[in-house]
Design a protein around this ligand. Structure first.
Ligand SMILES: *[C@@H]1O[C@H](CO)[C@@H](O)[C@H](O)[C@H]1NC(C)=O
Ligand SMILES: *[C@@H]1O[C@H](CO)[C@@H](O)[C@H](O)[C@H]1NC(C)=O
Ligand SMILES: *[C@@H]1O[C@H](CO)[C@@H](O)[C@H](O)[C@H]1NC(C)=O
Length: 294
């Protein structure tokens, strides 16, 4: 065989391999491009943070902590079943069209009756109210109930036709997607919580912001609206001010007057107290030297 013919065949083989490789690389690039263009990991992209990492471990861990340690009277609740019901309420569903009905199986599995006089609502006092209920175990905020405790501060969402959660992104409040899994969850459970409230009901509001009561908050739009006049003896508001902070609203301000008039319409007696002492003491723990502290 002449040396040139062998080298020519070598070139031809080499050429074929190169073209083949080129086609493969191009094909892969196009496929990846199309996939990225459609949706990363098959989910739509949102502006908010994605599903909380390790959500199943966190949710299950909280469920067991709550039912075995914090409230052992609920030790017969089945946490695995509760987690499955939670997942099934939004997995494979249209993220912007979650309904109250979607959460009904979860709510059924987590029923918990609170005694009368023990419901505490709050608005814009997240940290203080929970420091208080940690010390005063007779009062329960929504986050002190099993459902609220498990879901507190978590983010979750999925998408239709996809059996996975979306860990990349979830709808934020700013997007046109008000029936998202997280928002509908809190709306549904807040409503339940308010409907079940009985006896003397409390709310802790923030007097260091311009309006302590606003109608479009969860408290103003959902909880207040779902209090039952025949079950609720009265509503007691505590308007708390930050130590050394602004005294921008109070029981005598117009926002509380607004709440007072809503309560009058609902025929539920209303009282309001600025800087309720037992809560003030909790604030004083971190400001023992302040003149307003004992
Ligand atoms: C939302 O879901 C309900 C029932 O699951 C359905 O009847 C309705 O058409 C859906 N709405 C939209 C806008 O997809
Ligand atoms: C709730 O509080 C009211 C008023 O203080 C009291 O009359 C009632 O007995 C209380 N109910 C319970 C169940 O403690
Ligand atoms: C009132 O709201 C401000 C601003 O959100 C916050 O920094 C402060 O801690 C709140 N005060 C109370 C008493 O919760």
């Amino acid at each position: 065989m002449a040396p040139w013919s062998s080298s020519s065949r070598g070139r031809r083989v080499c050429c074929c391999v190169l073209i083949g490789l080129g086609v493969l690389v191009l094909g892969a690039a196009v496929t990846a491009g199309i996939r990225r263009w459609l949706q990363p990991s098959g989910h739509k992209q949102w502006e908010g943070a994605g599903t909380t990492a390790h959500i199943s471990e966190i949710f299950l861990g909280r469920c067991f902590t709550y039912t075995q340690i914090i409230h052992p009277e609920l030790r017969d609740k089945n946490c695995q079943k509760i987690w499955n019901a939670f997942k099934n309420s939004f997995i494979s569903k249209d993220t912007c069209n979650i309904t109250e009905e979607d959460y009904q199986p979860l709510i059924k599995l987590t029923t918990q009756t609170l005694p009368c006089n023990q419901t505490l609502f709050w608005s814009k006092t997240n940290v203080l109210v929970h420091r208080y209920t940690k010390a005063q175990k007779e009062l329960f905020t929504l986050e002190d109930t099993l459902l609220g405790y498990m879901a507190d501060d978590l983010i979750w969402c999925g998408s239709s036709g996809n059996s996975e959660m979306n860990y990349q992104s979830c709808p934020s409040r700013m997007e046109n997607c008000s029936n998202s899994p997280v928002f509908v969850f809190w709306k549904t459970v807040s409503k339940k919580f308010a409907e079940a409230a009985c006896g003397v009901v409390h709310v802790m509001l923030n007097g260091s912001i311009s309006r302590a009561f606003v109608r479009n908050s969860i408290f103003g739009s959902i909880e207040v609206m779902n209090l039952h006049q025949e079950r609720v003896h009265s509503l007691r508001a505590w308007v708390m001010h930050d130590i050394g902070g602004d005294f921008s609203d109070s029981c005598s301000g117009s926002s509380i007057n607004d709440l007072r008039s809503i309560m009058r319409e609902k025929n539920i007696p209303f009282t309001c107290q600025d800087d309720y002492k037992p809560v003030r003491y909790i604030q004083c723990v971190s400001h023992p030297e302040h003149s307003s502290c004992p």
